[in-house]
Design a protein around this ligand. Sequence first.
Ligand code: C2O
Ligand code: CU
Length: 550
Amino acid sequence: YTIKKFHFNVEWKNITRLCHSKLVLTVNGKYPGPTIDVNEGDNVHVTVTNKVAMNTTIHWHGVRQLRSAWADGPAYITQCPIGAGKAYTYKFSVVDQRGTLWWHAHFSWQRASIYGAFIIHPRTPFPFSLPIYPANVPIIFGEWWNEDVEIVESEMMLYGGGPQISDAYTFNGLPGPLYPCSDKDIFIQTVIPGKSYLLRLINAALNDELFFAVANHTLTVVEIDGVYTKPFATTAIMIAPGQTTNVLLTADQLPGPTGIFTMAARPYLTSVFHFNNSTTIAFLKYQTNPKSNHPPIPPYPIPQNLPNLEDTLFATNFLNSLKSLGSNKFPCKVPQKIDKQVITTISLNLQDCSSNQTCRGFKQNRFFASMNNQSFVRPWISLLESHYHNQTLRSSPGFPERPPFAFNYTGVDPFTENMSPSFGTRVLRLRYGERLEIVLQDTNFLNPENHPIHVHGHNFFVVGRGFGNFDAGRDPVRYNLVDPPERNTVAVPVGGWAAIRLVADNPGVWFVHCHLEEHTSWGLAMGFVVESGKEASQRLLPPPTDLPPC
Ligand code: C2O
Ligand code: CU
């Protein structure tokens, strides 16, 4: 196999958007960062050199890291951070994986600006037949703050309320002309009339799920989170932070005088506490006769096929339409039976910390978040090293496999059951090869919300989803065990539940968390340990010699 080497310098760069200039954390001075382009089966070496005066790590979101958990990246889970002036080389291979994934910083809120695409070119041809014209430009959605994100984050943690909302959503770092001072900061995708393109869409926004649509064009979804799907045509998509979606688009419309169609993204809002409700646009530009190249003229209409902010019906129908391929070449490996079932609530909690000594040192009423009432406290050691050296993880209590008590999770009175969470670093322990089902149950504590839950080191199958309370008698009977979508981040329905299944075939310690950064900061996370198996090929490799110390 080929070794592909990359060098990432984490450094400050002065960047101006919406007429505000500020220093932004970047990789190699790029915002968004460079694309990693590799082939299925490659060995990837990324040397990350930290040139700023704070810690950092990089996570390769969706890369399985089979036996190479040391290269996964979440700070204090699989490694201690890379200190100022230090370097660490992430070494891993991309085996039996293909498609669009991404990478981002996994320390603090640094992923606000440290992110980029991670593309694995397949060894075998695409399972869909359209001749693809090589556009292949990743489209990464993000958020821009005029304020320093470090300040936004620390204020949110200090006073425990929602963060100051972002000032713009972006296409590849560009807000587009609907925002002040942004007429030149427009992402433009050019296309040749009649050709088909594969658009690689990535949601890197910190705190918002998004809808995306292209005026007058149909999108055919063919891949989610780096796994092929049964192609299906849709007027728009919903994409949660952490998720990727590949769609085919054919430039089959009459281009009109300007040859411009707007592409747009806006949030899917399910929380009552919110948030930036603006819309970002970019242009799809037909390359017609170059002499008649009109510049785009305002006003720029928002595509009529872009769903409204609260369109849960659209989001539900869209997500329910995603099916895995289940072909001979790409069989659906969903476990038909399970060894362990974990049912966990996902909640926001309002905590009175004035007299409570367990509020992680905070002293006023504030928000936390929890799973099964455990608010995850990030440790100051690397859990993976601790596990590898047989230390503390053995003795600490495991993550609870059931909610602390049963109640009407999604009932109408959200405040009556606002439990005070416990704080700790609880992990679930799994044997090698154990087949796990996790039922993720949203709750009405404070408010119900659609939470994108991400699992590190494993893909999973979304075998069921629904609204209201999960019913252990009725719901499993209706699971899709034939062609459920396989992915690494699931949007749990607002006021509902999702059931996922995975095989714990990757030894190590793995983070599970909400990909709304705010919720992770408040503790909406857990971890699980997968023991090494008996065979040599089932064991975690030893730690690399340059692994950063704590
Ligand atoms: Cu994309 Cu733990 O993250
Ligand atoms: Cu969340």
